[in-house]
Design a protein around this ligand. Sequence first.
Ligand code: NAD
Length: 483
Amino acid sequence: MALLVLENFIAGKFVPCSSYIDSYDPSTGEVYCRVPDSTKEEVEAAVIAARDAFPGWSSRSPQERSQMMKKLADLIEHDLEAFAQAESKDQGKTITFARTVDIPRAVYNFRFFASSILHHTTECTQMDHMDCMHYTMRTPVGIAGLISPWNLPLYLLTWKIAPAIASGNTVIAKPSEMTSVTAWMMCKLLGKAGIPPGVVNIVFGTGSKVGEAIVSHPDVPLISFTGSTLTAQCIRESSAPYCKKLSLELGGKNPAIIFEDANLDQCIPTTVRSSFANQGEICLCTSRIFVQRGIYYEFLKRFVEEAKKWKVGCPLDSTASMGALISKEHLEKVKNYVTKARAEGARILCGEGVDSLDLPTRNQNGYFMLPTVIAEVKDESCCMQEEIFGPVTCVVPFDTEEEVIKRANGVKYGLAATIWSCNVGRVHSVAKKLQAGLVWTNCWLVRDLNLPFGGMKASGVGREGAKESYEFFTEVKTITVKH
Ligand code: NAD
């Protein structure tokens, strides 16, 4: 079959590139797509396009921008199935996840920010004794550099593009080189939605070439990045000479804390989902499960039984709960953690290899792995400290509330946490003490996009949400008028 060849989207036009990167179908291990291997020249062209488009776009009314974004949302929704199929093939995730989570959320990101941009107000204070009043004004920052990872490709890219353009900025966006297809598909719809050329430019390629060129470009004053903590360090260094505005959404090592009074009938299936959804490749996935000693063995038994039911299959199998991991290298990295845990004396209760799976011949070289549960692992182990970002979760016992808070906080990350208990007072008190930007109690991944999203410690800098993204993508000015 002919390979799919992507092109950059600059100034409203598709532009071929002189060199390309192979992109693999994770479920077969075969190259199926070629992604532009762009360089700083393409980034420069995109900066010029974004700069030219900025005066026109930023002077449109929020209502006009909102209308176009709503139209774009409708167009993506109209092609939802095609987008879902493409996302599933490109990333390895199940078609069900792409259909029910990734693409609907990308649609909703545009609808949400198209609506929220109409509802912001600025501040005004008065100083009568000085005959003065003060008010604040917000203006778009300029050209926004947006860089996103491979786990939720269109979902996370649109979570940045939508607030950036709603606020009047123009953008240069770069999805992961491993998952570029749906961003390219979206480019075909921008003109149809009425979004003028140059407002959204997408330059495909690697982090070391395109990402670095965006981050170190003096005319891109703002970078919104979602990805690993390690890459964020490079971004901070490269952008430091330019004093850029930075939003960094990074990794996690998220604990679930399960108290003896938890409703296990709800907790167990939700914790299996929070550990293994999207192959465990969600920054919010649970990877350390602390269970109060009185229910530890019961929990473990039921949790492992439930994890074994979590079906690994070809992404297009609509009965599969888990598809393939993103790449051969990533699969190796994830499996290595299990090998290390075993060498340290931990017990692997289920999971790892896929020999038992009945996969079609063409999928035999796909990057599949079973949901893996590790027990009897020490808190100092790399499996309990480092982000694995795969279908691996550790389960350990605890005795007291005070102890579990200390242990849950005992990692460098601080993104999300989950608490399971029927004691309302305890839920509030533990939530307050956890070092995490998001705490779910008796549920997981229930989101209101109005509210702040983001992490503490090595999990990030800044927050995203209706108000937070608006503030990030605008500059505020305080004006004083004496009368
Ligand atoms: P990554 O850091 O390797 O890459 C992310 C993006 O940055 C890619 O587009 C990549 O090409 C680009 N990049 C790489 N080096 C760069 C550089 N020097 N300069 C500029 N850009 C560069 O991350 P990944 O492996 O794609 O994604 C997985 C990570 O993302 C995990 O750590 C996960 O927790 C994190 N993540 C966080 C959130 C969140 O909201 N907090 C959401 C999803 C994923």
